[in-house]
Design a protein around this ligand. Structure first.
Ligand code: CAA
Length: 415
């Protein structure tokens, strides 16, 4: 595929459980890294690259260096580690950067790791840190700043008439229905529209159940040159293509892993501008770059992992990624709300099949990694009750800050 060596693959992925885990973020990161390595069949000594995104609960100077030192990857020659901060877009930015490292820096295997423990923080400490990153010194948002920032965008869309208050509240209902099929999801009972609308108000148009569900958790993916993986594990690449599993390959690497077909990124303002208009949004540009690089169209995608920290982010992502027509995201949500109100198959609603930030869980900058991991599980045919039959291509989107950064990647099952 253009721009990407075809042998660059996601060959491993892993995550910790979510919840109030009362462990430092670096412990969660290390645990996720170990699980991802096990799922690939590789070992720590096989890594020559590591990317980490920062943690809010336990910040470290040079997070990736800190983690690499903690696990014993540093000090060592020929290892490159990087900390990337594009907020919640970080895992997708990290995935694209890891692919670049394999493609152009001759790295063999790069781990992309994220972990945080924001549910174990008391609310005051959490909000002090979360607000500090998003409070515009000129026109400060009220606390909690992030929900209020998204609320301003929701208000603008409501005034434009492209979405209704009820349609926004249907988003967590949809995510709660999806989450029921994932054993690790935090939300275990489906929400009703009335419940969401009646929940405690956090900002004028945002109730508690419409906020990213705070969680602790770690997650990791391993990006590698599949020829290196084959050589390292003594595996014959042809047998993989023929579907014959080598005993030394981990389950995520069998069948050749998952291919990255294309990616795109774009940035918006750190703080919502005084007057909101289309100029502040960047997902459209990131998605267009990813589609262009992959030489695909939205209708070629079988499965989407769309950032849903607040309903308005999800509604805009539906439109930016071509799932719904421009201005039609709210109506699309309403239609899905109706369609999934009784028994439905994963293929009827192949979006955030794990439940997204609203219902699976949201450990600060980690959740876009769940979009990637869910896409890999689906493309590998390992998603159990959530499996979208025959899923071949997936789009994943990570969003940082208050629409401040967008990163989109298109993944595929190898042919
Ligand atoms: N669905 C279901 N239950 C939820 C929920 C949801 N979406 N959100 C919260 N709850 C539950 C919690 O699990 C908790 O249940 P338990 O008491 O059983 O543990 C209960 O409601 C209370 O939740 P909190 O403890 O979070 O409530 P709080 O009063 O302490 O804080 C809040 C409320 C200020 C709204 C806080 O939850 C909050 O700030 N949430 C938003 C978090 C956030 O902004 N995340 C970042 C999103 S933007 C992004 O992702 C981009 C980036 O760059 C990081």
């Amino acid at each position: 595929m253009p721009g990407f060596r075809s042998t660059v693959r996601i060959v491993g992925y892993g995550m910790t459980p979510l919840g109030k885990l009362r462990q430092p973020a670096s412990v969660l990161m290390q645990s996720a890294l170990e699980k991802a390595l096990a799922s690939s069949g590789l070992q720590l000594k096989d890594l020559d690259g590591l990317i980490a995104v920062p943690s809010l609960s336990h910040p470290h100077f040079m997070e990736a260096h800190f983690l690499a030192t903690k696990v014993g990857l540093l000090p060592q020659k020929n290892v490159t580690v990087r900390t990337l901060d594009t907020g919640g877009a970080g895992p997708v930015t990290g995935l694209l950067e890891a692919a670049r490292m394999v493609r152009t820096e001759r790295c063999h295997a790069v781990a992309v790791v994220a972990g945080d423990a924001v549910a174990s923080m008391d609310t005051r400490s959490f909000l002090e840190r979360a607000d500090a990153g998003c409070r515009d010194p000129v026109a400060p948002l009220p606390s909690p700043c992030i929900p209020h920032g998204y609320d301003r965008v929701a208000q603008w869309q409501l005034e434009m008439g492209s979405v209704t208050r009820e349609q926004l509240a249907m988003v967590p209902v949809l995510m709660s229905r999806q989450a029921l099929r994932h054993p690790l999801a935090l939300t275990r009972v489906p929400l009703s529209l009335d419940e969401v609308l009646a929940a405690e108000s956090i900002a004028p148009r945002t109730g508690r159940l419409e906020c990213a569900r705070r969680a602790d958790g770690g997650a990791c993916v391993i990006v590698a040159d599949s020829e290196f993986v084959d050589r390292r594990l003594g595996h014959d690449a042809r047998s993989s293509r023929d579907g014959i599993a080598s005993p030394s390959l981990g389950p995520a690497a069998r069948g050749g892993g998952v291919v990255l077909l294309g990616g795109g990124e774009a940035s918006g303002p750190l703080y919502p501008p005084p007057v909101i208009d289309e100029a502040m949004f960047s997902c459209e540009q990131a998605a267009a770059s990813a589609f262009s690089e992959a030489q695909l169209l939205p209708q070629d995608i079988d499965l989407f992992g769309l950032y849903d920290c607040f309903p308005i982010c999800f509604v805009r992502a539906l439109e930016a990624c071509g799932v719904a027509p421009r201005g039609g995201g709210g109506a699309w949500v309403e239609e899905m709300h109706e369609r999934t109100s009784s028994t439905y198959a994963p293929a009827d609603f192949p979006i955030n099949t794990h439940g997204g930030l609203l219902a699976f869980g949201a450990p600060w900058e980690v959740p876009a990694m769940y979009n990637i991991i869910e896409a890999c599980a689906q493309l590998n045919g390992m998603a159990g009750a959530r499996q979208v039959p025959g899923a071949r291509r997936a789009l994943v989107y990570g969003n940082g800050g208050i629409f401040s950064h967008s990163a989109v990647a298109i993944l595929a099952k190898p042919v």
